[in-house]
Structure formats: C-alpha cells, structure tokens
Design a protein. Structure first.
Length: 235
C-alpha cells in the first residue's frame, strides 16, 4: 500500500489559530512559548525560505541563514500586530516579509552607493542583480496597475451603494497617482478621501469599509502573483 503523500501546506488555519492563541493576554508565558515553537516558528521558517528564494535580495550583505533569521525575528516581533478581522495571517505575514526584504535591499543598495567611490561602484556592480531588481520593481508596478484597472472595471460589482463606489473611485485615483505622493500618512489620506467625496467626519466608517474590501482583493491577488515568481498577473 503506497504511503500517503505529505502535505506541502505549511501555513494552515492551525497556524493562524496558534497566532491568535499566542496573542491572548491571559495565556501563560510557558504555554505561549510552546505554541510558538510547535506551530508558528516552523511556518515562519518555511515562509521566509520561500520568499527569500523568490525575491533574491542580492544587495543585502548577509548569508541566507542570517537573513532568514533576521526576517523570522522581524515577523515574530509583529505577532501582536496581526488582526484576524483584517484578513488572513498568511497574507499579512507574506506581505510584511516582502516589504521588509524590498526595503532592506533598497537600503543596502543606497549604502553601497554612498560609501563607495563611483569608479569602485562600477567595478563592484552586479549587473545581473541590478537587472533583477529593476525587473522586480517593474513587475510590482505592473501588478499594481493591473490591480487598479481590475477594481475600476468591477466597481459596480464589488460595491453596492453610491457612497462606497464614490469612495472606492477616489482611493483608486490615489493609487493611480501614487508616484506623485510623497507622504502616505494614513490620517492625511483619509482626510483627502473625505474631501474628494464630500463625506463628513462621522462617515469615516464608509472609507474604512471600502479600504478593507480593496485590501482584501489586493491581498488575495498579490499572494497568487508573488507565488508565481513575479512572472504573471492573476487578473
């Protein structure tokens, strides 16, 4: 009788429940540590392994294991940031990992440029890495453009009320103009959306609801996009 195949799913509903249990205020520290070691840490290790292999952040001067350890520590420090009402844990920590690696890679590249003479930079340049990073940024930009187009085309199916459609249209317009916006401060963006839509301060809940829906669509498609190694769009 053939042996049953081992599941390749490493970040399951059990992982998410473990994170929720880990964040409970009344849980004993020893039990919290046990939950982390048994359910959360192994999932974080596999998640970070896959994402580092996908992104390949070439400018970060670190071994794979050291980088993975730093990323797992970064995610662990944000266990209490997860809100199950805002989406799935897998989506949240995947997105957090991508943001961390892209940010660290950009900082490492800027540091290289600032600390090295131009002549030496030319000698040390890794053209393959630069092409990869440029391609990754172009693909992320392409994903965002496709995401905005998709939401625009389906506004009347995604939202029901005229107010929500108006708010969503304003948010998507901001996304379209994102390269011109220097400060993505959440409070300022909420004020900007209210000004564009004519909502008063007591109607902020409409903005919050629309943002949550758009975020859910973004997360779902970004996960599919990222796991396809930045090569194709899911829309």
């Amino acid at each position: 009788m053939p042996k049953p195949k081992k599941s390749k799913v490493y970040f399951t509903k059990i992982t998410e429940l473990a994170i929720i249990a880990y964040n409970r205020e009344d849980i004993h520290p020893a039990k919290r540590e046990k939950i982390y070691k048994r359910f959360i840490y192994p999932a974080f290790m596999k998640l970070t392994e896959n994402i580092i292999n996908t992104i390949k952040p070439t400018y970060i001067d670190s071994t794979f294991l050291d980088l993975q350890s730093d990323l797992v520590t970064f995610l662990t420090e944000r266990l209490n940031k997860f809100n199950p009402e805002s989406g799935k844990a897998y989506s949240y920590y995947t997105r957090t990992s991508y943001n961390y690696l892209i940010g660290e890679n950009d900082k490492a590249y800027k540091k290289l440029k600032n600390n090295t003479e131009e002549v030496n930079i030319d000698e040390q340049r890794n053209l393959i890495a630069e092409i990869h990073n440029d391609e990754m940024q172009d693909n992320l930009k392409c994903f965002m453009n496709s995401y905005v187009d998709y939401c625009y085309d389906n506004l009347n199916f995604i939202f029901n009320s005229p107010a929500e459609i108006h708010v969503a249209d304003s948010i998507l317009h901001i996304f379209e103009s994102r390269e011109l916006i220097e400060d993505f401060n959440k409070k300022r963006l909420y004020i900007l959306i209210r000004e564009r839509t004519g909502l008063d301060i007591n109607q902020t809940s409409i903005v919050t609801k629309v943002v949550k829906t758009l975020k859910s669509i973004y997360d779902e498609n970004f996960i599919e996009y990222s796991t396809s190694n930045f090569m194709k769009l899911p829309f």
